[in-house]
Design a protein around this ligand. Sequence first.
Ligand SMILES: *Cc1c(COP(=O)(O)O)cnc(C)c1O
Length: 205
Amino acid sequence: MAVWDLCHSAGALPVGLDEHGVDLAVGCTYKYLNGGPGSPAYLYVRRELQDRFDSPLPGWNSHVEPFGMRAAYEPAAGALRGRVGTPDILSMLALEAALDVWDGVSIEAVRAKSLALTDFFLECVAAYAPADRVESVTPEAHAERGSQVALRCDDAGDVMKELIARGVVGDFRHPDVLRFGFTPLYVGFGDVERAARVLGDVLGR
Ligand SMILES: *Cc1c(COP(=O)(O)O)cnc(C)c1O
């Protein structure tokens, strides 16, 4: 039995849960699904397991009879038992709007653009940044790449602060990694070129 963590793949590449016979999966919706900070998490349970899976976080909303005021807990049937307490309605509404944007969009097209964006960023970084200042730790092979690029850089913490001050918002991972995420639905090639150019300026000073 395995649980897949989809936080960095849902919305970025085809996941194929049924195709791969995945047992269980969890994920957040604030990364490539664009739900915004605090947006709800989700759970996937393979159909054959839905009658017998057990949630470690039972709540009134996963009870078979939420308003029955029974003394004992009895889980609802199937996927409903993955619920916990009162859903955060405002976050759910923001997520609903974020997901509407996906209507008519194929994940294969999103994946193709994601790879084109990360390839292009690596090319631009090679062209603009001094070669001895950054080293890519992102796999060259498309099959091993997500929708982000990580660059090793000696003073990555200070560099990221300066990038953010100039409107290029990535993140810094200890001890020396600059990380950039590429959200294909709304990040364009022009944004990517500008990010690499600003990085080149900051490193070249
Ligand atoms: C972002 C992320 C999570 C999300 O955790 P939350 O508690 O939902 O914020 C989980 N796993 C991985 C690998 C992540 O990148």
